[in-house]
Design a protein around this ligand. Structure first.
Ligand code: BES
Ligand code: MN
Ligand code: ZN
Length: 496
């Protein structure tokens, strides 16, 4: 991922990106260049039918009288509707277009056709944030890629009247961008590299930021009675771990916000084994835990004035001689017993103990869990939103709003006694799947709720959003780090 510079003037020869508003409205720099070129920019926009709509770009090369090799026009739409999110997306589109044109450096002019609600510093900082996130690439294992196939873009500059102020606004956003890149790395790494112990070691590395990181192994979890989590990992040669990350930047003694993540570093399904086609995708069944780790990292890196704990349950779900069998009954830390009718419904077993541990140990103000929990949520709402479940309406509204503001969007799903009854069981307190295929994501959430008690709680089913087969404005194909921007903004707005 590239990082940005902030300057008051563009370099005369660099490719230049300009923001264009609805009705092909140019900013001051664009107008001046248009004049220099004898109106060539206006003419080109007219011929191309480019109107400055958000998400559209137009590349002009070698215009007469203009020293910049390329002008990349980036539509931002109606001035009134421009937000931080739309600027981030414009930054992303600028970079994607520049990469398509194989340019080596890009100067983005942080200037709108008309003054909006955002300051010049915010404008430049959010453009930079979006542009950088779009340049993320996981190329650690590409050793034979030809130079001509590699991305060419090596430098990014935001051109702004207020470079110093922009840099100040950008610094905490840069911390967030780095946390997002780290989250994407963790999710993309294969399961022979990221397994419970190595992921716990990654967490330990964050201690230098001032996070307190505690790692519990199987012996400690056995003592605590975490039979649900341990049952999932018992077929794996890798030891299961539970990691607690604490950021105490807020008032001493103030109850924390808690984030809990599903960290199944590989989900074969266990004895209820998955079909082999596409099984490799289950390396990202730890995306919930990676989002929790990334959010804690971002908060610590910018010394956020808030108390937050992250708890991640790290296990590998494998078949084998020691694996748990369908029909096994396990006792969770809460004392409630579970009949494991399908060993592939393992995420809820891991979270049952992680959630109970979190609410009893920390008595948090609120707990939010993230999990690639069910294929059923993808059937229900697709992959442009994550499923949101909550036992508190205000919490649900605030998370929903954070989703709209950041672009990590949610959709609220129902909870209720009728759904809860679907996991009642004849021989134990509950079963880990319901009969039939109805409401699969809801019954999974209902299962989690049995381990929450009275704490305010929300559950995000991110099975559809953790990984993307096509690029988004600020996310390349692959791991999205869904949840990091959402939770970071929600915490900053309501708890800091
Ligand atoms: N990790 C999967 C859910 C998943 C599926 C995530 C597809 C991303 C893409 C989860 O552990 C699982 O296997 N869930 C089962 C539950 C079923 C057995 C009740 C599922 O969704 O099929
Ligand atoms: Mn599974
Ligand atoms: Zn899973």
């Amino acid at each position: 991922m590239l990082s940005s510079h902030f300057r008051a003037a563009p370099s005369p020869s660099h490719p230049l990106a300009l923001l264009v508003g609805s009705g092909a409205a140019l900013g001051a720099t664009g107008k001046a260049l248009d004049k220099t070129s004898g109106g060539a920019i206006t003419r080109a926009m007219g011929h191309a039918g480019f109107k400055g709509n958000a998400g559209k770009t137009l590349t002009l090369i070698g215009l007469p009288g203009i020293t910049h090799s390329h002008l990349i026009l980036v539509g931002v739409g109606e001035g009134k509707k421009i937000t931080r999110k739309s600027l981030e997306e414009a930054g992303g589109h600028a970079v994607a277009t520049a990469q398509g044109a194989r340019v080596k450096q890009l100067d983005i002019v942080a200037e709108l056709p008309a003054a909006g609600k955002l300051t010049a510093a915010e404008l430049a900082a959010h453009l930079a944030f979006g542009a950088e996130l779009r340049t993320y690439r996981f190329d650690k294992y590409r050793t034979t890629e030809k130079p001509e196939d590699k991305p060419t873009l090596g430098a990014l500059t935001m051109v702004t009247a207020k470079p110093e102020a922009a840099k100040k606004t950008y610094t905490p956003l840069r911390a967030l961008a780095e946390a997002i890149a780290h989250t994407r790395d963790l999710v993309t790494e294969p399961a022979n590299i990221i397994y419970p112990k190595s992921l716990a070691a990654e967490c330990k590395k964050l201690e230098h930021l001032g996070l307190k990181v505690e790692v519990l192994g199987e012996a400690a979890m056995k003592k605590l009675g975490m039979g649900a989590l341990l049952g999932v990992g018992q077929g794996s040669a890798q030891e299961s771990h539970l990691v607690v990350l604490e950021w105490r930047g807020g008032k001493k003694g103030e109850k924390p916000v808690a984030l809990v993540g599903k960290g199944v570093t590989f989900d074969t399904g266990g004895i209820s084994i998955k079909p082999s086609g596409g099984m490799e995708e289950m390396k990202w069944d730890m995306a919930g835990s990676a989002a929790v780790i990334g959010t804690l990292r971002a908060l610590a890196a910018r010394k956020a004035k808030v108390n937050v704990v992250g708890v991640v349950g790290l296990v590998e779900n494998m078949p084998g001689a020691e694996a748990q069998r369908p029909g096994d009954v396990v006792t969770s830390m809460s004392g409630q017993t579970i009949e494991v009718l399908n060993t592939d419904a393992e995420g809820r077993l891991v979270l049952a103990d992680a959630l109970h541990y979190t609410v009893t140990r920390f008595q948090p103000k609120v707990v939010v869990d993230l999990a690639t929990l069910t294929g059923a949520i993808i059937v229900a709402i697709g992959s442009s939103r994550a499923g949101l479940y909550a036992n508190n309406d205000r919490l649900a509204e605030r998370l929903y709003e954070a989703g709209e503001a950041t672009g990590e969007r949610l959709w609220r799903m129902p909870l209720g006694e009728d759904y809860d009854a679907m996991i009642n069981c004849d021989i134990a307190d509950m079963k880990n799947i319901s009969d039939g295929r109805e409401a699969g994501s809801v019954t999974a959430a209902q299962f989690l709720q049995r381990f929450i008690g009275k704490t305010d709680w929300a559950h995000l089913d991110i099975a559809g959003t953790a990984w993307s087969k096509k690029p988004g404005a600020i996310t390349p194909r692959g791991a999205t780090a869904f949840g990091v921007r959402l939770l970071h903004d929600w915490i900053a707005k309501h708890y800091e």
